[in-house]
Design a protein around this ligand. Sequence first.
Ligand code: ATP
Ligand code: MG
Length: 554
Amino acid sequence: MENIQSNFIRDKIITDMNESSDSYKIITRFPPEPNGYLHIGHAKAICLSFGLADEFGGQCHLRFDDTNPSKEEQEFVDSIKEDIQWLGWDWGSSLYYASDYFDQLYDFAIKLIQKNLAYVDDQSHETIRDQRGTLTEAGINSPFRDRSIEENEALFQKMKNGEFPDGSRVLRAKIDMTSGNINLRDPILYRIMRSTHHRTGNNWCIYPMYDFAHGQSDSIEGITHSLCTMEFEDHRPLYDWIIDALGIHHPQQIEFARLNLSHTVLSKRRLNRLVTEGYVTGWDDPRMPTLSGLRRRGYSSESIRNFCEIIGIAKRQNTVDFSLLEHCIREDLNVNAPRVMGIIDPIKVIIDNYPSPQIEYLDAVNNPMKPELGTRKLPFGKELYIERSDFEENPPSKYYRLYLGNEVRLRYAYFITCVGFDKDDTTGEITAVHCTYDPDTKGGNAPDDRKVKGTIHWVSAKESIDVNVRKYDRLFNVENPDFDDDFLSSLNPNSFIEIQNSKVEINLKDEKIGFKCQFERNGYFVIDKDTTSSRLVFNQIVALRDSWNKKINQ
Ligand code: ATP
Ligand code: MG
């Protein structure tokens, strides 16, 4: 536990524990609304609430905040559960739905009415909004504010019984229309909305508002620390007011800064638009900052948890650079990903002096970070593929790879010298590079200690497999698209390319979806779910170069 980074919430919990009896147990919760898939910002909230419960022997509840049936679906409930489990957290038997409390919430509302702390308002939502006032101007009392307790109770029951049309009446808390906090200006607690709920069906035609459902659900479950993002800070007085008015268990709400990540959006409404309007292929598109997208992209749950640990918890807003997330997955893959030969954009090499039909098998190291994983055999023959960019007809200065007359090392194989090339007369494209090899350099070292400056990767032309490689770039061209109303205009049109004729070493032929590896010199890759029985499809997870490391070492 010694490498746990502390923060003000953790410190507060430690204080609360010290001041309580030995049997005191902290209870936190993660309350997603099932109206979209979870994203990396949610991972921050999840790691905080589940992490603290875990560290201090408490419990974290998973509670679906499903009080708005018009936007919620079972698909989202299922994906949220899957993503939390994938991250490695366990809610045990503490799975709840705010909709399970609809009866209790209704009774709470009746209790407020009976205490003359809530009333039915017949005005439209627009009028109510107009009467709320502004930051500098007080609101106006509704003409229905002084209805009798009996009338309010009877009207609220009729709302529940479906006797009024949608939107025609609401239940409001009776607090203070002149409050400096607009949330306390008689907020709406219930509205009429005929909409089929994913769990309660058509049992209800009135639904509680977030502010009414949330705090009371926390209270019902005995939550001790209700951790949420800063935008709820202004709602805390209302959270406290309702709980005090009802005289029920009082959890403490504590706010922290939400995660903003550069070059992407983390608003579910916006992510939803990207999906439904076809800018990406789905919630799990490998460019999406969703947990399902990151998983498909090849991120491990450890790397995401590590990222959440590094960014820490504070109250101040900031934007975390995407390269920090990339740094976290690179650290993981550097240690864990096996190295393989993969040629993204191949060009053929013919070894003119190699005895033709012969195939020999050379030893290649599986993972230099884990020598205990040993070596494997790479087939080598007369015809190979190398990266097109590793040959130059007209080499610029300091180009140490293949060009006419130059000698390079084929990794784990031989030294080769370029002796010619074939060119398509009409297109001008180089179609093959001719080389000779030095049989005395087997394994990649010359007996006479002759040095070469370039080492390049390769696969055997005969014994390799054709694969598709998908490369991704930032989804948005600007740093903070989430702060811009016109966020779609900064979508990066080049965030995805697919290369159809890449080659990888034969040893990968039986690898399955989710297999991760390093293509030497090219980056880290994972086998995508679009793979078929006849074609492997690889996603680039991240490039080899670490721009984050560079930044922090500057
Ligand atoms: P959005 O605004 O994108 O719709 P949300 O906050 O409405 O997100 P919820 O499903 O209500 O989404 O979120 C569940 C929990 O996750 C909330 O407690 C919320 O504070 C937290 N959360 C959401 N986004 C972030 C973020 N970017 N960083 C940290 N926590 C977040
Ligand atoms: Mg929300």
